[in-house]
Design a protein around this ligand. Structure first.
Ligand SMILES: Cc1ncc(C[n+]2csc(CCOP(=O)(O)OP(=O)(O)O)c2C)c(N)n1
Ligand code: SF4
Ligand SMILES: [Mg+2]
Length: 249
């Protein structure tokens, strides 16, 4: 019988600890697919800060280390400068990257560090119970915005990390992807591969944003959360390549 699917060898044969329907697992499985494709299981170091996605460390079958909340880009800077031959990536949530670690991500990107950031944007502080994140949509309810995010109430506008990072001169590649459909998951896998190729060629900083979900704190079913991404998230955060200097001149 023809074998058409294998679990990535970079992924331990254990279940992810995420809530049912959570797309962190899908995103991290794609990462492992690409690490396998590149033959880099022995040469990869993941830097995982704080958030639900940190639980990926238990599933990854390659080196990973923990960083304080928001500080993964600073830690990854040290790791990559010390071991430039390694494939180094961070996997960061939106609360992590857009609030507490905003300085770290912007300065690592501005220095053009030669590692890859994978940014999982689910519009909420998932792990701590659904507080408002920098990317929470206008009108979206959160435990700290029970009536829905309202900029006129001092709660600010959704922050667009891909656009901000792409506005800096040194990042090489910035793309916003999604994993809500198989086609989008395949496109995400290609984006991760491209980002890793850029890093392995020593070209500089790459950033892949993945629109994910949090059915638990959005208060919807997993299926409804997919419709939410289509109907609400895309409007605020359009998919696309925001920067690709490998394509310029
Ligand atoms: C310095 C510090 N401040 C606050 C926390 C509490 N904390 C842990 S996870 C988390 C939210 C993470 O949200 P996000 O980065 O969006 O990841 P998600 O859980 O949604 O994937 C917070 C605020 C912490 N661990 N450390
Ligand atoms: S709380 Fe949200 S982000 Fe965290 S595992 Fe559950 S669904 Fe995923
Ligand atoms: Mg989040």
């Amino acid at each position: 019988m023809e074998k058409i699917y294998s679990r990535p060898v970079s992924l331990n044969p254990v279940a992810f600890n995420y809530c049912p329907g959570c797309l962190h697992g899908t995103s991290q499985k794609l990462l492992c697919d690409v690490i396998d494709e590149l033959g880099k299981q022995e040469d990869t170091i993941a830097v995982m800060p704080i958030g639900c996605s940190t639980m990926g460390m238990f599933a990854f079958d390659f080196e990973s280390l923990g960083a304080c909340h928001g500080r993964a880009p600073a830690v990854a800077t040290g790791v990559k400068r010390t071991a430039p031959e390694k494939l180094v990536f961070t996997y960061q949530g939106d609360g992590d990257i857009g609030y507490i670690g905003f300085s770290e991500i912007m300065h690592a990107a501005n220095r053009g560090e030669n590692f890859t950031v994978i940014f999982a944007n689910n519009g909420t502080f998932g792990m701590t119970g659904g507080q408002m994140a920098p990317t929470t949509l206008i009108g979206q309810r959160a435990t700290t915005a029970p009536l829905g995010r309202d900029p006129s109430y001092g709660q600010g506008m959704p922050i667009h990390m891909s656009e901000l990072v792409a506005s800096l001169p040194l990042p090489v590649y910035v793309e916003r992807c999604s994993v809500d459909t198989p086609a989008h998951a395949n496109a995400t896998r290609k984006a991760i591969k491209k980002a890793f190729d850029i890093q392995l060629a020593g070209k500089g900083f790459s950033f892949v944003e993945i629109l994910t979900n949090c059915p638990t704190n959005w208060g919807v079913s997993p299926v409804q959360s997919i419709a939410w991404i289509k109907e609400k998230t895309y409007t605020e955060y359009p998919l696309g390549v925001y920067k690709d200097i490998t394509q310029e001149g």
